[in-house]
Design a protein around this ligand. Structure first.
Ligand code: NAD
Ligand code: GLY
Length: 389
């Protein structure tokens, strides 16, 4: 386990906030993840991105919010560097991560006769990364793809590891593919324009890494959460790097989530509950990280009921999520959410096998495991108890 800096609002012991590089080790599909300030500056793009572009033509997938903020400048830079860029500007929002929006991408690629050597750049948060990634995975059976994540959540989670997907009305991320990018460019300067609610949503996934695999990191987060909420550059650079380091290690060991014991599935702590909340409420009502935060506390409470965690562990988790101002109770919406509806959505989770719901629970803070032994009725009773609490 890496030794971690333990405290301070300015995180003086943290590694510097300059750009750092990690390798996602996947043999011939390995790639680099560059994290830091100035990654999208002209010099850095020439050095980090241009060598990966095999063709003078490039496709940029982004959304209406990101286009004026970072998209136009990226196109100007690439044009000055003699690339021809085809921008595809999608509507913004989780509710557009669907088949209709995916078709806009396919239609545009076909209309402009984009060929297989053309690289697709995905500039945006997890929604853009997931849908563009799926388009890249499937257009002409796969074209090169680069992730340029601009949300905290995308920089610590969705841009790394090659999960791509769209939602289906009956389930979150139900149509998708494993398809690795060739490169990840995470410019932490872009986080300066990220709205507060979106920023906090990303912190949920950072807290997840501490809970599942790294107790010292969880403790570091407890000490440094105020610095992170203030977007302190050093604390942020450290938290993003550590999160990507953990994710890259887990994915390298179990890319397609097939390990019998734990593996990549552990990254789904809180997601079975969280995805059920997102699907039940309607995509976009709660942010992904918000649903995951609520789901993580449910998983932690269930872990305590199963005799693993102490009340102190539960209250540490609750306090950290509360300090981050993330929701920790199942939303009250009698028409859309009750225990039965939650269970129906949970029973469609991608991790399930032979109708058995698999949950990620904790043995202790920093040690997660997969539990396939809990009966649906027990989960329903647990959910009812949480809703009436
Ligand atoms: P998002 O992509 O919807 O982005 C959040 C909002 O912030 C959007 O309105 C976006 O336009 C805006 N935005 C993005 N960057 C900005 C910036 N720098 N400045 C100002 N505004 C900015 O949401 P998200 O939280 O990044 O991603 C959530 C999605 O990621 C979900 O669909 C989830 O399923 C998916 N996800 C995928 C994985 C994976 O491994 N593939 C992992 C976690 C989550
Ligand atoms: N976000 C979970 C995974 O990448 O496996």
């Amino acid at each position: 386990m890496t030794s971690l800096p333990q405290k301070s609002s300015s995180a003086p012991n943290s590694p510097s906030s300059a750009t750092r590089t990690l390798t996602m080790a996947l043999a011939e599909r390995s790639y680099q993840i560059h994290i830091g300030t100035g990654v999208l500056s002209t010099g850095a793009l020439d050095r980090l991105l241009s060598p990966h572009l095999r063709h003078s033509r490039v496709v940029l997938v982004t959304n209406e919010t990101l286009w004026p903020l970072y998209g136009k400048a990226l196109v100007e830079h690439l044009t000055a560097a003699h690339f021809t860029v085809l921008p595809i500007i999608l509507p913004d929002g989780e509710s557009f991560k669907d088949g209709a929006t995916l078709n806009i991408i396919y239609d545009t690629l076909l209309e402009h006769a984009v060929d297989r050597k053309t690289t697709m750049l995905a500039l945006g948060g997890g929604v853009i990364g997931d849908i563009a990634g799926y388009a890249a995975a499937t257009y002409q059976r796969g074209i090169p793809f680069v992730q340029i994540p601009t949300t905290l959540l995308a920089q610590v989670d969705s841009s790394v590891g090659g999960k791509t997907a769209i939602n289906h009305p009956r389930g979150k991320n139900m149509i998708g593919a494993f398809y690795q990018p060739q490169l990840v460019l995470a410019d932490t300067d872009t986080l300066k324009t990220l709205p507060k609610r979106e920023y906090r949503s990303g912190l949920a996934e950072i807290i997840k890494y501490g809970l599942i695999l790294d107790e010292p990191f969880f403790t570091w987060l407890e000490t440094n959460i105020d610095a992170l909420l203030n977007r302190d550059a050093c604390a942020l650079a450290y938290a993003i790097y550590r999160s990507c380091e953990i994710k890259a290690r887990v994915v390298a060991a179990d890319e397609r989530e097939t390990a019998k014991e734990g593996g990549r599935a552990l990254l789904n702590l809180g997601h079975t509950f969280g995805h059920a909340i997102e699907t039940a409420l309607g995509y976009g009502e709660w942010l992904h990280g918000e649903a995951v935060a609520c789901g993580m506390l449910l998983a932690v409470q269930l872990s305590q009921e199963r005799g693993h965690l102490t009340p102190a562990d539960v209250s540490r988790t609750r306090q950290l999520l509360e300090r981050t101002e993330l929701p920790i109770s199942i939303p009250f919406h009698p028409k859309k959410i009750n225990a039965e509806i939650m269970l129906k959505h949970m029973s469609r989770d991608k991790k399930n096998e032979a109708g058995v719901i698999k949950l990620i629970l904790l043995r202790s803070i920093g040690e997660a495991y997969v539990d396939s032994t809990i009966h649906a009725e027990t989960i329903e009773t647990f959910l009812k108890s949480q809703m009436s609490a």
